[in-house]
Design a protein around this ligand. Sequence first.
Ligand code: MG
Length: 258
Amino acid sequence: MKRQIALAVMAFTAWSASAQAQEKKDYPQPEAMRPAMSEYWTPQPKVVTPGDIKTNTAPSDAIVLFEGKDLSAWMNPNGGDAEWVVKNGMMTVDKSKGDIVTRQKFGSFQLHLEWCVPRGITGESQARGNSGVFLQDMYEVQILDCFGNETYVNGMTGSIYKQTPPLVNAMRQPGEWNVYDIIYTAPIFKEDGTYLYRPYVTVIQNGIVLQNHTEIQGTTEYIGFPRTVKHGDGPIRLQSHGDPSQPISFRNIWIRPL
Ligand code: MG
């Protein structure tokens, strides 16, 4: 027994001495943080000259899709020329000609467009200035005259059509221009055609947020629920809706791929 106690005391003494030796060891210490340690300088973001507010021009790196003169950036979805009416710096839907799409296809982007329904427009609910902007030709952000005009909320101006209502109604009255700024993140698909990451969209109308990084569930169907359809880059589509109201006009459309 005495021998066991003696061994234990020896072991403890040895451990204690070793612990003291470790405590005394002088390890290097991290340098104290200085402001410059968490700052980096390169690569510098490229310089983009903003558009001129007075003349409503596009930023210097934007792809201009319509600046009031011609429809050269657009086409009929079936391949022919876009045939909407261009006059007075704007393009106006020709309902007999159907939708138009951009010639170029896009992935993620920032899109700016302005739209206006005529003063004195008639009709109600979905039949008053109905149009829409389809992101990648798949997902409709609704365009509609919702100034004093009620409809189903997931079909209002700035809704992800039949999915997500806008946070607010930010309409200007008929005859005035409404401004859309849309920031869109394209989806990523798995090989089996289902979403790995769904698309996301932020929609701002007249400087007011309508959709705040909203997850898009799938295609925006008039009848039925969202579908998952695998796709790649796609054009921007502007809708020529068959409602009997006076046709809507667009101007100042530009896009910045992201
Ligand atoms: Mg529509």
